[in-house]
Write a protein that binds this ligand. Structure first.
Ligand SMILES: C[S@@+](CC[C@H](N)C(=O)[O-])C[C@H]1O[C@@H](n2cnc3c(N)ncnc32)[C@H](O)[C@@H]1O
Length: 273
């Protein structure tokens, strides 16, 4: 039953259309956390909305309300706790596990299709540098579905680093290395050491693109994430690439998902000849 139908006797008819139609669930049958956006008009009904979410999703033990958009270097939401419960969960996707506490470190289940797409592009024996790795879900997907020689994952948030190590362990990944540090200081140590670089920081990756391009040898690929308006989603990302590396070729373009109203998160794949 949809949330709206479940709440039709609670929320007055004139406000019923404002009921959230979707919310993100992170976790698995063993326990999950729901993240929901509730408009100010429904403020007085927020606890009933949260309760309705747990009634339709029995594995949800905690309900958090998103306040505003992601902020800060660690790209975290501010949350209002509507139903208190454990927020450290093990999320299951495509047969692998991601341990994460979304109140401490970035994670989005909505990037899962992109993770599979990236994993499908990694060739046997490749050396992969994964920048802005968070809890390293792309590394786990790559290790599960491809045969790279090594994956090096770099993350600034100490909680991301902690969960990254846990995720390599629980998924029995032996060919991945976790680095706790700032991309600005770590990437320069890796000149021409990689075949592929993944830059999962849509608001800001462009500042590090010259560094990322230096990490690959000729023939390597950089997956560059950015945002773009829905009319021309790739325009700005492509302009940035052309300015920074005029000889590079754009060999792939992908709308990853919605980012904000009228704005997409996009990925542009850059080949360095
Ligand atoms: C958008 S999140 C992506 C996380 C992860 N790749 C994922 O898909 O779940 C970007 C991550 O980059 C990290 N970050 C931001 N600036 C950084 C920097 N200068 N060096 C290393 N990590 C950074 C943030 O803490 C955050 O975890």
């Amino acid at each position: 039953m949809s949330l709206k139908r479940r709440l039709q006797n609670v929320i007055p008819p004139e406000l019923l259309d404002k009921t959230p139609t979707s919310f993100e669930i992170i976790g698995s049958r063993g326990g999950a956390v729901a993240i929901v956006e509730i408009p100010p008009e429904l403020e007085v009904y927020k606890y009933q909305i949260a309760k309705a979410i747990t009634e339709t999703n029995k594995h949800v033990k905690a309900v958090l309300r998103k306040i505003g958009s992601r902020t800060g270097e660690y790209r975290l939401y501010n949350f209002e706790v509507l139903i208190e419960g454990p927020t450290e969960v093990i999320h299951k996707e495509h047969g692998y596990y991601i341990k994460v506490d979304p109140t401490k470190v970035f994670f989005s289940s909505r990037d899962q299709t992109d993770r599979l797409d990236i994993a499908s592009r990694v060739g046997n024996g490749e050396r992969v540098l994964y920048l802005f790795a968070g809890v390293a879900p792309y590394a786990v997907a790559i290790a599960k579905f491809a045969k790279p020689k090594i994956i090096v994952a770099v993350e600034l948030n100490p909680w991301g680093f902690k969960y990254m190590l846990e995720n390599f362990r629980i998924n029995k990944i032996k060919n991945a290395v976790a680095i706790h540090g700032d991309v600005a200081t770590v990437a320069p140590l890796f000149r021409k050491k990689f075949d592929r670089v993944i830059m999962t920081l849509p608001l800001g990756a462009y500042k590090y693109l010259p560094l990322a391009l230096d990490c690959i040898d000729r023939g390597g690929v950089v997956h560059f994430y950015h945002t773009g308006r829905e009319e021309e989603p790739f325009r700005e990302a492509e302009e940035i690439v052309k300015n920074i590396c005029p000889t590079c070729q754009i060999v792939g373009r992908r709308v990853v998902r919605d980012y904000a109203p009228g704005v997409y998160k996009v990925r542009v794949d850059i080949y360095k000849p």
